[in-house]
Design a protein around this ligand. Structure first.
Ligand code: HEC
Length: 434
């Protein structure tokens, strides 16, 4: 009976959505989209990106929140209209509702991969340092220890009194928020847990693992309610919509599956992109639209009723997703190893690294509006064929100790030479190219 009603409602709303709304693309980030959150009943969206920024979207127009010093992995809304975000710079930043500078809410010793917000505004963070951070509204800050390995996901119970955490050690633990004590393990001995989702009435808890297991369990005792495991693809995103009763699952192969939480039947299962994983998922407030982010830098929004009817994430492929067979070795090196963080065109771009336009002959650390590490800014390197090759022969961490460019070496001399040749051609200022 209930199921019939839910299905009828779902179909009716789906039809309305399909008529009223089309596929939407939100473009502007300069790197993959790692996290997305719907902030309020009006459907305001925030995105977390590899380009170090948080995007706040008004319709399809972005405004940027810059404050992280590395990739941003996760973003969540606060009850007061503000935001929290967590990143590879080990920090959780709090962004005030009216705009303005962020403040550091939690500082970990490893990347921050998950965030949860309690109804009273308390914030929990999951970190690769193996702890769960817990920042209370009164300013108290605690780090809950117990996991044996990186923590990837956190979630609060509906009343905010319990906290759930999932980690690479294969356990899903329960914590009492007041005492900070671990009160039980709902899952143990499995593969690493990446994601957790709970509905507002605590009637079930969903978790997804690195080996593709998706299970629904009872939050009280861990009893299994449903097993949605389809394949051995890492689960990277979970989103719940309580209005229509849907759970969306995004995986490492670019699939999005939507299941009904009334009977755990599959409503939609389609490959959203052939270019990498789905890292970010969220539903619109009325549950009729699903937002998804991944490798191709844009946030894609589909009416749920039309999921699978079209495949636009492939069409929106960027240059670094081009067919490698069509490229020279130097271009391929750049596409695979650099383009995710660097552009070759003048001016600022929303990327993790500075533009490489005009690189050769330029002193290190001198692109005007890029914010370099002190290490690179104060070095006296001038970029030439030799110094660029040396950077990747030795690796940035050795060549410029203290740089924020990640560890990376190109071991084959011919690959380094091809890359440098390619860069010399394509980074030359336009007036010199004639
Ligand atoms: C994950 C992101 C990332 C990748 C991948 C990456 N870089 Fe970088 N790169 C950076 C960052 C961040 C900086 C700025 C470092 C600093 O301020 O310490 C940088 C700086 C540089 C600089 C110095 C630029 C200047 O203005 O002084 C060069 C040259 C460079 N990168 C080349 C490359 C090349 C070539 C590749 C591919 C083989 C590459 N990078 C891959 C993030 C990246």
């Amino acid at each position: 009976m209930r199921r019939g009603l839910a299905a009828a409602l779902w179909m009716a709303c789906g039809a309305v959505a399909a008529a009223a709304q089309d596929f939407t693309l939100r473009e502007g980030h300069g790197g993959p989209i790692m996290g997305v959150a719907v902030l309020d009943a009006a459907g305001r969206i925030a995105t977390a990106s590899f380009d170090n920024s948080v995007g706040l979207w008004s319709g399809t127009t972005p405004s940027w929140r810059d404050g992280h010093r590395a990739a941003v992995n996760v973003v969540a809304g606060l009850p007061d209209g503000g935001l929290v975000s967590g990143g590879d710079d080990f920090r959780v930043l709090r962004w005030p509702a009216g705009g303005g500078a962020p403040s550091e809410l939690i500082l970990h010793k490893g990347k921050v991969m998950g965030l949860a917000v309690a109804p009273d505004g308390g914030v929990a963070s999951a970190s690769w340092d193996g702890t769960v951070g817990l920042a209370e509204p009164d300013g108290t800050l605690r780090y809950l220890r117990g996991h044996d390995g990186t923590v990837s996901a956190v979630a609060f119970s509906a009343d905010g009194r319990r906290l759930y955490s999932g980690a690479a050690d294969g356990t899903l633990r329960v914590w009492d928020r007041e005492t900070g004590a671990e009160t039980g393990q709902l899952v143990r001995g499995g593969f690493g847990i990446n994601e957790i989702a709970l509905p507002p009435d605590d009637s079930w808890l969903a978790y997804g693992t690195v080996d593709g297991v998706v299970r629904i369990i009872a939050p009280g005792d861990g009893r299994e309610l449903a097993d949605l495991t389809l394949d051995r693809r890492p689960v990277l995103a979970l989103a719940h919509d309580p209005v229509q009763g849907q759970l969306a699952i995004g995986d490492g192969d670019g699939y999005i599956m939507v299941v009904s939480t009334a009977d755990w039947s599959i409503l939609r299962d389609f490959r959203a992109t052939t270019h990498g994983p789905i890292w970010a998922l969220a539903f619109s407030p009325d549950g009729t639209v699903v937002h998804a982010g991944g490798l191709d830098e844009a946030l894609h929004s589909w009416p749920v009723a039309r999921l699978g009817a079209q495949d636009p994430m492939q069409d929106a492929g960027k240059s670094f997703l081009r067919d490698p067979a069509e490229m020279t070795n130097g271009e391929r090196q750049f596409a695979r190893k650099c383009s995710i963080c660097h552009v070759l065109t003048p001016g600022t771009a929303r990327r993790a690294g500075p533009t490489l336009y005009g690189l050769f002959g330029r002193r290190a650390g001198t692109v005007p509006d890029y914010s370099y590490s002190p290490a690179l800014e104060s070095s006296d390197i001038v970029w030439t064929a030799e110094t660029v090759a040396a950077l990747f022969d030795e690796g940035p961490d050795h060549y410029v100790p203290g740089t924020k460019m990640p560890m990376q070496r190109i071991t084959r001399a011919s690959d380094r030479a091809d890359l440098v040749d390619y860069l010399r051609r394509v980074t030359r200022p336009a007036k010199e190219q004639q």
